[in-house]
Design a protein around this ligand. Structure first.
Ligand code: PMP
Length: 438
């Protein structure tokens, strides 16, 4: 894609250099700007709500590393914790106290989570949760929802959101039919489809995995009653319910989406997965839930799961400092900043008569360029992605770094001060004009 080749010469030069040694020049596909065109910005540093690229330009960051940087970049408290941990060594390959403390923080926040196992990425968390559910139930099929992304786990890539949505890929090459064949993909927010799938395959289904509130097709919260319906149907058929809170965990509230929507009348999900915020920008993630299910894990039980860097002391120090820094004031600031940006965006788009809808999960939000509410992946795909690209590039050229895809949540941090919000708001009129001219 060469639609905007010369906007960022140093980034462009680095991209060309990167592409010689790395496929597409990036280490995670959405970073490549394929959906919106132009040159992805190579960042040199970040501070609070600001990113600085290698061309020396500054941007208000509305990606926040895709979620983790809830306190802002290079937060002083997290920085001190990381530096202190690093002086004591980088990785022990033995248990260490921070792992215990981080697990305790998570268990204390999310009431149904009795035990957790730490891993290094959200992908590992969901992959391990699926294996655990299969081991616990002795069944192999898994239900997932179209547009939900759970990392690049073979069995979970079918009709996934995020980069898979951005590139309009139905699936991934390299996933064996035997693996994909165990996955049943259903429309999100569709109780009838869920009941029909269980009526047909109920005895073979190990688990339903769902994004607690979907954020990888843009933000699409569960409709009232959908989570309860998943709980009821899985319980009736002896399957587990896995709530993927990698994105929503500790962001939508101190207890993630569970804290917004739960506790549920029919009971809580059996397993949860976490990542992003709980690592504070370092590789730390987790899966956890019912103690009797978690007891199936090695070394106690027969389900194997392990990791050289699991519970890494520097990563867990960053995660702990971040979670402990997530005070009520932080959540209030996230809500205020999100609301200010979303309100200003909707006002400006409306003033230009541009069809759009803003959707929320707690303080997490995204803007769809279509009139009607989005309840599932088909709805999300029916938005005007071209309008988003025009909007995106205008914002970028004015120093606002949005997610480079219409299928992603916009992330803010508690470090987004009034200057950062003002910069976003003042970029909106030109961005709305760019959409009308696109
Ligand atoms: N689950 C959800 C809901 C996610 O949003 C993501 C990442 N965007 C993942 C799992 C995978 O996490 P990771 O990229 O750390 O592997």
């Amino acid at each position: 894609m060469t639609a905007y080749p010369f906007e960022a010469p140093e980034s462009q030069a680095l991209l060309e250099r990167a592409a010689r040694v790395t496929p597409g020049g990036v280490n995670s596909p959405v970073r490549a700007f394929r959906a919106v065109g132009g040159t992805p910005r190579f960042m040199a540093s970040a501070q609070g709500p600001w990113l600085r690229d290698v061309d020396g330009r500054e941007y208000v960051d509305l990606v926040c590393s895709w979620g983790p940087m809830i306190l802002g970049h290079a937060h002083p408290g997290v920085m001190a914790a990381v530096q202190e941990a690093a002086t004591r060594g980088f990785s022990f390959g033995t248990p260490s106290e921070n792992e215990v403390a981080l697990a305790e923080e998570i268990v204390a926040r999310v009431e149904p989570v009795e035990q957790v196992r730490l891993v290094s990425s959200g992908t590992e968390a969901t992959m391990s949760a699926i294996r655990l559910a299969r081991g616990f139930t002795g069944r192999s099929k898994v239900v997932k929802f179209a547009g939900c992304y759970h990392g690049h786990v073979d069995a979970l890539l079918a009709s996934a959101g995020s980069g898979v949505a951005t590139f309009a890929l139905p699936d991934s090459a390299g996933v064996p039919a035997s693996s994909a064949g165990e996955t049943i993909v259903l429309p999100y927010n569709d109780v009838e489809a869920l009941e029909a799938a269980f009526a047909e395959h109920g005895a073979e289904i190990a688990a339903v995995i769902t994004e607690a509130a979907a954020g990888n097709m843009g933000v699409v919260p569960p409709l009232p009653g959908f989570t309860e319906a998943m709980r009821r149907v899985t319980r009736e058929h002896g399957a587990l319910l896995i709530s993927d809170e990698v994105m929503t965990g500790f962001r939508c509230s101190a207890a993630g989406w569970y804290g917004v929507e739960g506790p549920y009348d029919g009971g809580a999900p059996d397993l949860f997965t976490f990542g992003k915020v709980m690592g504070g920008g370092f590789p730390a993630a987790a899966f956890g839930g019912r103690a009797d299910v978690m007891a199936m894990l090695a070394p106690l039980g027969p389900v194997y799961q392990a990791g050289t860097l699991s519970g890494n002391p520097v990563a867990t120090a960053a995660g702990l400092a971040t979670l402990r820094g997530c005070t009520p004031e932080v959540y209030q600031r996230l809500a205020d900043v999100s609301s200010a940006i979303a309100t200003a965006t909707t006002q400006e788009l409306s003033r230009h008569g541009i069809p759009h809808v803003v959707q929320w999960a707690g303080s997490m939000f995204s803007v769809f360029f279509r009139e009607e509410a989005v309840h599932n992946y088909d709805d999300a795909k029916a938005q005007n992605s071209q309008a988003f690209s025009a909007f995106f590039h205008s914002m970028l050229s004015q120093g606002v770094h949005l997610p480079p895809s219409a299928f992603e949540a916009w992330f803010v941090s508690a470090a987004h001060d009034d200057a950062a919000v003002d910069k976003v708001v003042s970029a909106l009129p030109a961005a709305a004009r760019a959409v009308t001219e696109s």
